[in-house]
Design a protein around this ligand. Sequence first.
Ligand code: ATP
Ligand code: MG
Length: 576
Amino acid sequence: MRLARVFSRTSKEIPKDAQISSHRLMFRAGMIQQLSSGIYSYLPLALRSIRKIEKIIREELDARGYEEILMPAVIPANLWQETDRWNLYGDLLLRFKDRKGNDYCMGPTHEEVITDVVRRNLRSWKQLPICLYQIQGKFRDEFRPRFGLMRGREFIMKDAYSFDADEKSAKVSYQRMYEAYTAIFSRCGVRIRVVDANTGEIGGDLSHEFQVLASSGEDILLICDYCEYAANIEKAETHKPSVVVEDFKPLEAVATPGQKSIEEVSSFLGVPPKCFLKCLIYETDNRLIAVLIPGDRKVNEIKLRTAVEARELRLASNSIVEESVGTQPGYVGPLGLPDGIQLLADYSVQAGSNWVCGANSDDKHNLNVNFGRDFEVDNLADVTFAVAGDLCPKCRKGKLEEARGVEVGQVFYLGDKYSKLMKCTFLDKNGDLQPALMGCYGIGVGRTLAATVEQSHDEFGIIWPVSLAPWEVVILPLQLSNSFLLETAESMYKELGEAGIEVVLDDRNERAGFKFKDADLIGYPIQVILGPHSVSAGMAEIKFRASGERVEMVFNEVVDSVSAWILDRRHGDFVR
Ligand code: ATP
Ligand code: MG
């Protein structure tokens, strides 16, 4: 391709909302254009890279026996009502009506549609496993679209689904997809950390996220510095401490007038927050629950919801607390809570002693409150967020360290959640009707592209892994008026093209500095530089974008050595 004729232009401008490097660079390189909040046009350079990611995905999934399909983006409400996600999915779901007043949504994910597709065909165990995927635009009405393609509202996703006859083979399907993802991201040249993850509203009980480590990532990860344990902070377990019973001191009540928050009472009494018990009242679908955690911890509401098996959960308002406990939220404690409020404590509460906590009476706290001696609980569970510095819950030797990541893919084992609700069943070997066991697996195609740029760039621009580069080589003739130089550039352009290399000729009548800047910004892995001095000596200069290394080379070696270098890396290389 000749740059004098291309449509997109690079730009020095940076959009005001472009907070992270990948967004800035993809905009400046002329790859993406925003149409509306979180809605983008993919310009030619971006689309070429996107197609490469899609090709890698197709090759890896096809090789594992997956068949590609394409489901509609517009989904009738009744399918989503079968699983109740029409109500549960919330504002992310873009709902609308057709001219007859029927409800529809734009598909944010396709568990319902695929389950419908499969249930219409599935009869016998002999048809299983069924493995299908699609690559398609999804729509989620994100609360905060940002970071360019990282968090859009309309975005391209690869979603795959597996259906199996029993749990053992369903877990094999899950594992095979896990391996496919590892291969896919490695071929994309992006470094990944796999972490344990929550299943969220999709459901099921086993899930992993594929995270690109990046300081700008929205996800917080906790990674053991000793073993392989790594988890999203939403999921990371806290290490269950052994119960240490220290000398119980006598229970004592103290006046704490006007001191409500842990910080206030802590400085008032001169006791550190970790010696406090926070007692928070939550409202669930049909009851109130008091949750006890150490004063220096935070409640992980996802864990709490699972522990109490509630569909919905929220912190009770001040007025509900005052009405039900008879005191303001800051003075709530485990001693003498009214009947009917379930009391749940985090495991760590059992392991501490002589706690300070609210006395269920305004302006009063209790000192030396002890689990077992002064109060009992209805349940013990892991309901707090793990934090950096915690002992690893798996090896119990290492410490957890915090890192940030961009979730580019996630795999879920769903079990029979959708198949049961939607009656996607088959006759097993004994002739009994069984729901199929499902897995679902997503990759954000655009997000993978943006995360690659986030991981691999410098102050001059993008540094593409060869496998995702929109073009592999750029030829930079620096003096168009020099006919020998131009002819040399043209013949290298032709020969590299014939050798199957994706090559661009910068035939724009621009200064050398301008061409260099653009080449670095767009990030072609190799620049073939033809300047008047070297050309007159029969030499070209080769610049490798990733290392910055420059090599002088005689003309007739250029095509062979550039092609060899590119072909060596096309199947996946890590540049950073
Ligand atoms: P997030 O937690 O980032 O909102 P998610 O966990 O809800 O994402 P999934 O339902 O797991 O997303 O979707 C599969 C993949 O689709 C994600 O791993 C991610 O790569 C991609 N993806 C999800 N939401 C977006 C978005 N708003 N913009 C771009 N890609 C997205
Ligand atoms: Mg996810």
